[in-house]
Write a protein that binds this ligand. Structure first.
Ligand code: GLU
Length: 412
């Protein structure tokens, strides 16, 4: 996107210089009024460098997906059949693609559930202070990166707030004892690891290397690939390399140098985040090895431009995986109305559909819960008001609806 939609400017504005009332609870957030509030977690910024928590804007992972949540809320709120007489609002936060930052931000979601004893707090004039009560967040949509979802899931479960991710695929999130309030609308990585093994076998690449970003997603993804390839037989792993969390350019150069030590393993399975993919592709260019490697990328590469922009030559021939999705034409026209320029390049990010599905899953669960708990009554009744997250979770787990891909959705 060369030009941003005006709303993107508004979002950036909202995220950067915040209004005073928001400042109290969440320094970087967007608030949309409603009868019920959903939390949202999106990597609007990349992780920052040299001590800064946040870096550059992430258009695809951040802006497209955030817009997708706002789009889904608009659709649901204008639907007379789904949640009639109930408006869904939101509190959307930026994770800055960093688990620790996201954890701090997510405290906002649990504020309303923490009882504070302020009886002995007095202003300088002796008056008791007036506290603005934060809204109660009943469920959270997000996050993107598995490491962020894992971190946030740990706090949300303590407060029994259900969470639905639209992108986190790490297998460990399927552990229902540790992540009991976590659900997702994307398949766990064992499926894409299987797809990668199938591709490797079909192409008869029997000698491959693997590269992973440090952390749950990359390392566990590669582990799944290795296990499935062992079971399938006929695939030898030349090397398994890891991109360290706090990396420098030299780390990428070293990885390329190491990969070249086993020159015949030209096919490389890469389970890494966009910035790391860029680092690797850049290093392959510096080493004058464009065209040598055959990249097999995971869903974090998927159909995105960001990992390869300006590095297209180094990525030629790459095969990348993405959960089966449909492009949402309506979302494109929604975006277009909002856009200031018509000459900008825009291509819908691959997980927009899943963000929409996640919001709809929450809405359908709330709808069913309202029907059961408030029979013959419209809007939110007392029973629903006090039902709690455990009850909502039950409805989320049993929800079934036709998602944007027109296939019935069952939430894990
Ligand atoms: N599947 C990746 C993860 O679990 C995220 C990929 C994306 O955000 O597109 O960390």
């Amino acid at each position: 996107m060369a030009c941003f939609p005006w709303r993107v400017f508004w979002i950036i504005q909202a995220l950067v210089d915040v209004t005073l009332s928001q400042e109290i609870y969440a320094p970087h957030s967007i608030r949309i009024e409603g009868d019920l509030t959903l939390g949202g977690l999106f990597p609007v910024h990349a992780r920052g460098v040299s001590g800064e928590p946040c870096g550059d804007i992430k258009k695809e992972n951040g802006i497209h997906r955030l817009e997708a949540m706002l789009y889904a809320l608009d659709q649901i709120n204008s639907d007379d059949e789904l949640l009639p007489n109930i408006t869904l609002g939101a509190r959307v936060l930026d994770t800055c693609s960093r688990d620790t930052y996201a954890l701090e931000q997510s405290l906002t979601f649990v504020q309303a559930l923490i009882q504070k004893d302020t009886s002995d707090v007095r202003c300088t004039n002796g008056e008791p202070p007036v506290f603005v009560k934060p809204e109660k967040v009943i469920g959270v949509i997000g996050a993107s990166a598995s490491s962020v979802s894992i971190m946030v899931a740990n706090i949300l479960r303590l407060f029994q707030i259900p969470q639905i991710s639209y992108a986190s695929t790490a297998p460990e999130l399927s552990d229902d004892r540790r992540y009991d309030f976590f659900s997702r609308v994307v398949p766990p990585d064992s499926f894409q690891a299987q797809a990668m093994v199938d591709i490797v076998k079909l192409m008869r690449w029997n000698y491959v290397s693997t590269v992973a970003s440090e952390g749950s997603y990359g390392e566990k993804g590669v582990e799944a690939f290795m296990q499935i390839s062992r079971e399938a037989g006929g695939i030898c792993i030349a090397q398994s390399l890891k991109i360290p969390h706090d990396h420098k350019q030299a780390d990428f150069d070293k990885i390329i140098r190491q990969l070249l030590e086993t020159r015949h393993a030209r096919a490389v399975i890469i389970f890494a985040y966009d910035e790391d993919i860029r680092g690797i592709l850049n290093a392959s260019k510096r080493a004058d090895q464009v065209g040598h490697f055959l990249w097999i990328g995971s869903d974090s590469w998927g159909a995105k431009n960001s990992p390869i922009q300006g590095l297209e030559d180094a990525a030629v021939g790459a095969v990348t995986i993405l959960p089966k999705r449909a492009t949402i034409a309506d979302f494109d026209s929604y975006e277009r109305q909002e856009r200031i320029g018509t000459d900008s390049r825009y291509e819908q990010e691959g997980k927009v559909q899943f963000v929409i599905d996640a919001v709809y899953a929450m809405a359908h669960a709330l709808h069913n819960m309202q029907k059961d708990l408030c029979p013959d009554q419209s809007g939110i009744c007392g029973e629903m008001e006090h039902a709690g997250g455990k009850k909502l979770l039950k409805y989320i787990r049993s929800v079934s609806f036709n998602g944007e891909s027109t296939e019935a959705h069952n939430i894990r």
